[in-house]
Design a protein around this ligand. Sequence first.
Ligand SMILES: CC(C)(COP(=O)(O)OP(=O)(O)OC[C@H]1O[C@@H](n2cnc3c(N)ncnc32)[C@H](O)[C@@H]1OP(=O)(O)O)[C@@H](O)C(=O)NCCC(=O)NCCS
Length: 178
Amino acid sequence: MTATQTRGPRVVLTPLAPSDLPWLVRWEHDPEVARYAGRRFRDGAEAWAWWRAAQADRRRAVLAIRTPAGQLIGDVELVEINWARREAELRIRIGDRAYRGRGLGRAAVEAAARYAAGVGLQQLFLRVDVRNVAALRCYRAAGFRCLARLRAGRRKADGLADMYLMARPLAQARAAHG
Ligand SMILES: CC(C)(COP(=O)(O)OP(=O)(O)OC[C@H]1O[C@@H](n2cnc3c(N)ncnc32)[C@H](O)[C@@H]1OP(=O)(O)O)[C@@H](O)C(=O)NCCC(=O)NCCS
């Protein structure tokens, strides 16, 4: 899915370009990103295949998170976009650790909500590891509310934790940022 630019006071979302991919590959090696956001690819070739597949898929959007000066600091994905139900799952990484904990994650989630509302979606949902305090605070501050706790069950033996399923209606995003 093609993205247009979504500008906020602190971050700008733009289409993710092939020239951004080496940074994403580097971030995948950050243990905090791998632990909480999951590994998507191991090298440039896999990243390129991932990017090309996303461009061809109406049910996915991949966006770069940039500072207003244009520096790439993270990426946000809308996946499982259901156009009939007008909802999608949000995934986000502030990949550059120097930019975490400065309010930019929250600003990026809010910008992503504006982007999603702009393309006609009415609800975002996400899943977050219950141990991920920064992400939980970030999502709550951006208007997400917990719907359920998804049990890890036997996966706990592999070091996996329960997840919260959270959602945010997007009419709220439009009203708040109109
Ligand atoms: C999760 C993530 C997107 C949050 O973005 P961020 O820019 O670091 O967070 P923000 O600075 O916007 O902070 C949002 C809230 O979290 C709090 N917070 C930030 N870092 C924190 C930390 N390390 N520990 C506890 N709270 C933290 C902030 O105080 C703020 O809370 P408040 O609004 O109640 O004051 C980012 O840290 C990240 O990408 N982490 C690695 C990958 C990841 O976990 N992705 C999410 C997978 S679900």
